[in-house]
Design a protein around this ligand. Structure first.
Ligand code: ADP
Length: 515
């Protein structure tokens, strides 16, 4: 793993915020060390943006089996972290802590507990979740709390992310209410559909006293042990990753059976749009791509397109629109709509010059995998599918494609369309959640539009938007300004990091007022 471009050892930045805060950021994945989706990107880029504002930030994350601390030259803390479990498996665990740094002095601390994390895979293997996830992530939740309590500097904020960290606010409030009186606990929901639901039997792994088992505190209406619900109940503040999604999750349709609880907590719930780390996702600095380019050197994008066509075994066709998809292969991502839509459109192609080429990079559901392989076989000059996780290929698609398709059924924020714009790759998106918040349609806003948006997730509507995009592509006098506008849209973290900071500060003021 080439970490050189991520790890720039630098002292903490000069303080631009009102107060230098110490923030522990707990996340089950952190790019570039471990990643299944956007959470990993956010867990690296938001802490970096906060550190740039002068805060002390430490990201706390598991040391998974694929990470070798020696090879990655991590330093080992002399003192292990003692994590009480009182759980069925063990009473306490002594975990080794390893450290490295991201840019701007962000510390990343890896907790090594091989029984839980020393294996291939983050949450499961080959479509199958690990059976002991309740045990593994109860441990992780408790470890975040123990780490926060024992941190060398007094911690102001314990910022948790997604269900994997959902029990941390519960442990903090139940076992250490006094110590945490001055610490704001925050939970960010990156995707409400993943709640960490387990059977009542799994409660034994949480180590929580029986009194919890008799109430609805950590169980949901279905009687499942529910990590995310627990976090939502116990965290001081809750955020999610776009304002649109913050509204959607309070409705029965998108609330995944937690909308009532979320509505009850709406005073503490805020949507803050994710930003992009342009040190990693920008064509002028991207080291994965064939040729770097910017708005002034758009020819470079053509060379990346030829390189992508070549690598993916597609005919090199400079003028044929190239559509890219970089996605987990799940129902959420609308892959079930993508496949028949593309099939119909490509079946209708009359000449070599019509239609488009499609490159898909994705990992996930076997059914979609098989269907994409079939699509590739049926249209070998038009469709290329790469199954698996490949960071370099994700960058090459962003640089080489003309259009990025994101037909998600729902999308909390979505990062791929944000990255695409920076690469002059025009997004075609379903109007939902963060996609609707970040892309504006060319037809609605001819002078400011940055992409193509369709309102209903149907094959017809998606096909219509793809056809509009391909038609626009064929008119370079129209296409170029669209690319340039998309490239100039700024989604850097600064404004969003400032909003997180305001929430942290509001939490601190609330605590002071309560004293
Ligand atoms: P989600 O978090 O729901 O998966 P996002 O759009 O927020 O969706 O983030 C997806 C992130 O994961 C992006 O950085 C994207 O490049 C990356 N990604 C998705 N699938 C793959 C893959 N198969 N290989 C490499 N990167 C991928």
């Amino acid at each position: 793993m080439d970490l050189s471009r991520y790890i720039i050892t630098q002292d903490a930045s000069e303080l631009v915020a009102e107060k230098r805060l110490t923030i522990v950021f707990g996340s089950a994945e952190v790019a570039p060390f471990s990643k299944t989706g956007g959470l990993a990107d956010v867990a690296a880029s938001l802490p970096t943006a906060l550190a740039q504002r002068g805060h002390n930030v430490v990201v706390f994350t598991p040391l998974y089996g694929h990470l070798d601390p020696h090879q990655m030259r991590m330093s080992r803390r002399l003192k292990p972290l003692e994590v009480p479990r009182q759980a069925k498996t063990q009473d306490k665990v002594e975990a080794t802590l390893w450290e490295t740094r991201l840019s701007h002095g962000v510390q990343v601390c890896f907790v090594q507990a091989d029984d839980y994390f020393g294996r291939e895979g983050l949450y499961g293997y080959d479509d199958q979740s690990f059976e002991d996830n309740a045990d593994r992530f109860s441990f992780f939740g408790r470890a975040i709390v123990e780490f926060t309590r024992r941190h060398a500097l007094p911690v102001d904020v314990m910022h948790c992310n997604d269900w994997h960290t959902g029990l941390a606010p519960v442990y903090a409030s139940h076992y250490y209410a006094d110590e945490f009186a001055d610490i704001t606990t925050m939970l960010t929901i990156h995707n409400l559909a993943y709640q960490g639901k387990f059977t009542p039997d799994d409660f034994q792994f949480t180590g929580l006293p029986k009194s919890f088992a008799d109430t609805s505190k950590v169980f949901d209406a279905n009687g499942d042990l529910n990590f995310l619900k627990s976090g939502i109940q116990y965290a001081d503040r809750i955020t999610t990753v776009s304002p649109g999604y913050a509204d959607e999750i309070q409705t029965a349709e998108r609330g995944e059976a937690l909308h009532e609880l979320l509505s009850e907590r709406s005073g503490d719930l805020e949507g803050i749009t994710n930003g992009a780390d342009y040190n990693v996702w920008s064509p002028d600095v991207d080291r994965h791509i064939e040729v770097q380019y910017d708005v002034e050197s758009l020819n470079g994008k053509r060379r990346n397109k030829a390189d992508l066509q070549h690598r993916m075994g597609l005919p090199i066709r400079p003028t044929l629109p190239m559509v890219g998809v970089i996605s987990r292969l799940t129902e959420q991502k609308g892959i079930d709509v993508l496949i028949p839509t593309v099939r119909t459109l490509l079946s209708d192609v009359k000449s070599d010059r019509d239609g488009f080429q499609l490159v898909v990079l994705g990992e996930g559901n076997k059914e979609y995998r098989d269907q994409l392989q079939q699509l590739q076989q049926d249209f070998p000059n038009r469709v290329a599918f790469h199954h698996g996780h490949s960071e370099p290929l994700a960058h090459r698609i962003q640089a080489g494609a003309d259009i990025l398709a994101v037909p998600s059924r729902y999308e909390p924020c979505g990062l791929t369309q944000i990255y695409a714009m920076r690469y002059g790759t025009v997004p075609v998106v379903h109007a939902t959640g963060g996609l609707a918040d970040t892309v504006s349609d060319l037809r609605d806003d001819p002078d400011t539009g940055t992409g193509f948006v369709f309102n209903e997730l149907t094959e017809d509507a998606f096909a219509g938007a793809l056809e509009r995009a391909c038609a626009a592509y064929r008119n370079y006098r129209r296409w170029r300004p669209l690319m340039v506008r998309a490239m100039n849209r700024d989604f850097s973290w600064d404004e969003s990091a400032r909003r997180y900071e305001s929430l942290y500060m509001a939490g601190i003021r609330d605590e002071m007022a309560a004293e």
